[in-house]
Each structure stands twice: as structure tokens, then as C-alpha cells.
Design a protein around this ligand. Structure first.
Ligand code: SF4
Length: 420
């Protein structure tokens, strides 16, 4: 399928997954493994990870750079715990990105960090290497709750990390918090939010606790004899969400996505682009990518002999391909070594049709303050009317946006509006 020579190459967002953590938090279902184990499991540990990631960056830079380095507008180091990277490893990765991709001037480069490993040395290296947004995993400012979650840091260490981040020159700082914790009351959550505001963040991500099956916290919650304090009930959760949001509004934050609040001009551009259906390329173990057919067709991949896949992604111009890299670091490294990484080598590869992408776009739009175009919700006029009457949504006549009360019910509203 020929690439359209007239259309500029689409700008990419890059996600780089760091697969290691100091220890596993009790609620975690993300893809990560203890870093101490990495030194013994034959993967070569952190140094091998850094080297392989640079190789994967080079591989994709070459594939997507057939007509010049592919333009990149945002980069996101997530994990796992990217702040466990050695400072010189982080610099090497950033250098590799600049060698193999065309980072746009002013590109947003975010790094997630945990307080216990966000050392002044690493923070200075990250900032001097071009990282310009830091997302710090604070989760709670109560040491009892932090211990209950299995977090390897205290509230004081989180405050120290914030000071060090500012000292290293980070002007764009986000804090991650979790609400709805065992034993937590709405008053306690509001107290946590006020304490977090006292740290002076530019952005707050506030996630409701999700008990993921099989995690130690979920097992404890299901065991009446575990001693875990009871989880807050629905009414308390509703108050936490609504009153917490109002508190952040009053502090000057914009509630721009179900779980995200930002000072004006400080929304996370990377996440917004991904939510708007832009191409993102995931690098590192377990990283997920979604690229439009036309991006892949413009790449060197279109000539790779990968049976039945890369030559005609999605089988039509308007679709996308989504795939996941091997999760186990040794398997990911082996795949990168022989160049067998990407949509043609992933058993998780999905072809997303234009209709699926449209549904996904509506769903993601409704999770944000951007909302969804009313004309794409045809057939749901009665439900839209009810949402407006019950103040679960607002409209400017062209788009439908959920209110905060609507966001609280977003799963069922989106299901009814988009998928029924
Ligand atoms: S630091 Fe994050 S990724 Fe690592 S175990 Fe804890 S929650 Fe999971």
C-alpha cells in the first residue's frame, strides 16, 4: 500500500516501559518485577535492559524513518519504576531517542518516579537530559496507609522528593494519589488532598483504588480474618470523588479527565494525545503500541517478510494495529536482538477497524472534558436528554460532556451511549 507522499508523517507519542520496581506493592497488577530478582534471572538486570531499549529505539527509528527521522511530540517513561534507572542509563536512552527520532521542539518528556528512588542525582540527570515533566507516585501522605499498600516510602520521603524535583529544575510536577483506601473516610481523603496541595503540584492524578484479582490486597480484602480495615462504602466513595473534585476546583485545578486535574496549561499532553487516538509506539517489555495503518505503511515494515501482517495492517487505510511487546524481559530482549519485535511477531496483535476506533474515540472523549460529538451519538437522543435533565452531562450544542456526577457513573453511561 503506497504511502501518500503529500501527507506529512504523523507525529508519534513514545511510551517507554521500565519493567522493574524495588518491591511489588500490595495492590499492583501492572507489569513489573522486583529489581533484585532481575539481577538473578538471567536477564542481565538493569544494564542489559538499558542496552536493549537503545537497540529497540534504533530499530523503530529505522523502520519509521524511511523518509527522515519520525517526528515525536511526546515521550513518557512509565513502569514499573523508571526512577530505578541509573542516571547514566537514562541519559543514554534520551540520547538514543534524539539520534533516532525527531523530537519536536518543546516536546513533552514525562518520567514517572517513586519517592524512594527519585534521588537528587537522578532528578538532575533527568532534567539535564531533557525530561521536563515529572510524575511522582505518592499515593498517600499517611504512613499507615502507605505501609498497608506495601509502598516502599514514607510521606516525608515523598515531600523530600518534591523538594528535590523542584531543586533539579522541574517546573511541571504531577503527583499520583489513590483514594478509597481501606479504612479511609471522606474527611481523611480531603485531608490528604489538602496536604498534597501543600506540596505545590501542577497536576494531580487521583485514582480510585481498584482491587485487582489475585493481588495481596484483594486477597486480604476477601479474607474476613486478614485484619484489613473495611473498604469505604458507595456513599463514602461518592463523597470522596465529588468533594475532592470540588476542593481541587477551588484550588484552581481543571478537572480534565475522570482521574486527572491540572493547573491551567499543565494537562498531560501525552495522555491527551493517546486518548484522542493519536499514534503511540510502546518500547520495552509489555509495552503496548497502537499505530495507524498509514503510519506503518510509510515505514520500512511494509517490506518486511512478516507473514500476513505488516504488509497490509488492518487491511484498510483507516484502521490501526495494536500489539503488546513480550512481557518477560529475557523474551523481549531476545526478540529485539533478532529484530522480531512489532505487530508481525506479537500474538496479541489486534486489527482495529474504523468503527472500533470511532467507538474507542467516543469512549475516551467522554472520559475527558472534551466530550463526544453529539452527531456521533445518533440513536441515543432519549438517553442524551435524560443525562442533560439529570445534570449528568452538559452540551454546547455540538458536543456532549459528562459532568463530575456523570463521570462517577461513566462506565454505565459510556456502555449505554457507545456500545449499545
Ligand atoms: S511502584 Fe507502581 S508498578 Fe511498581 S509495584 Fe508499585 S504500583 Fe506496581
Amino acid at each position: 500500500m503506497p504511502a501518500n507522499a503529500d501527507s506529512p508523517p504523523p507525529e508519534l507519542s513514545l511510551y517507554l516501559h521500565a519493567p522493574y520496581c524495588r518491591a511489588r506493592c500490595r495492590y499492583c497488577a501492572f507489569s513489573s518485577r522486583p529489581v533484585a530478582q532481575a539481577e538473578m534471572d538471567g536477564s542481565g538486570g538493569m544494564d542489559a535492559y538499558v542496552a536493549t531499549l537503545q537497540d529497540e529505539i534504533a530499530l523503530w527509528g529505522q523502520r519509521l524513518g524511511a523518509s527522515g527521522p519520525a517526528p515525536v511530540s511526546t515521550v513518557f517513561f512509565g513502569g514499573g519504576t523508571p526512577s530505578l534507572l541509573p542516571p547514566e542509563g537514562l541519559i543514554a536512552i534520551l540520547d538514543a531517542l534524539r539520534r533516532h527520532f525527531a523530537l519536536a521542539p518543546g516536546a513533552e518528556i514525562t518520567m514517572e518516579a517513586n519517592p524512594e528512588s527519585a534521588t537528587p542525582e537522578l532528578l538532575r540527570a533527568a532534567r539535564s537530559g531533557g525530561v521536563n515533566r515529572l510524575s511522582l507516585g505518592v499515593q498517600s501522605l499517611d504512613d499507615t496507609l502507605l505501609a498497608l499498600l506495601g509502598r516502599p516510602h514514607t510521606a516525608a520521603e515523598a515531600a523530600r522528593a518534591v523538594r528535590d524535583a523542584r531543586g533539579a529544575g522541574f517546573e511541571n510536577l504531577s503527583l499520583d494519589l489513590i483514594w478509597g483506601l481501606p479504612g479511609q473516610t471522606p474527611e481523611h481523603w480531603l485531608h490528604t488532598l489538602r496536604a498534597a496541595l501543600g506540596l505545590g503540584p501542577d497536576h494531580l492524578s487521583c485514582y480510585g483504588l481498584s482491587l485487582e484479582p489475585g493481588t495481596p490486597l484483594a486477597l486480604a480484602a476477601a479474607d474476613a480474618h486478614s485484619g484489613l480495615p473495611p473498604l469505604p462504602g458507595d456513599e463514602a466513595l461518592e463523597r470522596m470523588y465529588l468533594d475532592g473534585g470540588a476542593l481541587l476546583d477551588a484550588a484552581g485545578f481543571e478537572h480534565y479527565e475522570i482521574s486527572n486535574h491540572a493547573r491551567p496549561g499543565r494537562r498531560c499532553r501525552h495522555n491527551l494525545l493517546c486518548w484522542q487516538g493519536r499514534d503511540y509506539l510502546g518500547l520495552g517489555p509489555a509495552a503496548v503500541s497502537t499505530l495507524r495503518a498509514r503510519t506503518l505503511c510509510a515505514s520500512a515494515l511494509s517490506s518486511l517478510p512478516e507473514p500476513g501482517t505488516d504488509t497490509a495492517p488492518g487491511a484498510h487505510d483507516s484502521g490501526s494495529l495494536r500489539w503488546t511487546n513480550p512481557e518477560v524481559p529475557t523474551q523481549w530482549a531476545a526478540a529485539v536482538r533478532v529484530g522480531q519485535i512489532g505487530p508481525g511477531h506479537s500474538s496479541s496483535r489486534e486489527e482495529l477497524s474504523a468503527q472500533q476506533l470511532q467507538q474507542e474515540g467516543l469512549m475516551l472523549g467522554l472520559r475527558t472534558c472534551l466530550g463526544a460529538p453529539l452527531n456521533e451519538l445518533a440513536g441515543h437522543e432519549e438517553l442524551v436528554r435524560t443525562l442533560l435533565e439529570r445534570r449528568l452531562a452538559t452540551t454546547d450544542g455540538t458536543r456532549l460532556c459528562l459532568t463530575r456526577a456523570g463521570m462517577l457513573l461513566s462506565s454505565s453511561i459510556i456502555e449505554a451511549l457507545v456500545f449499545e
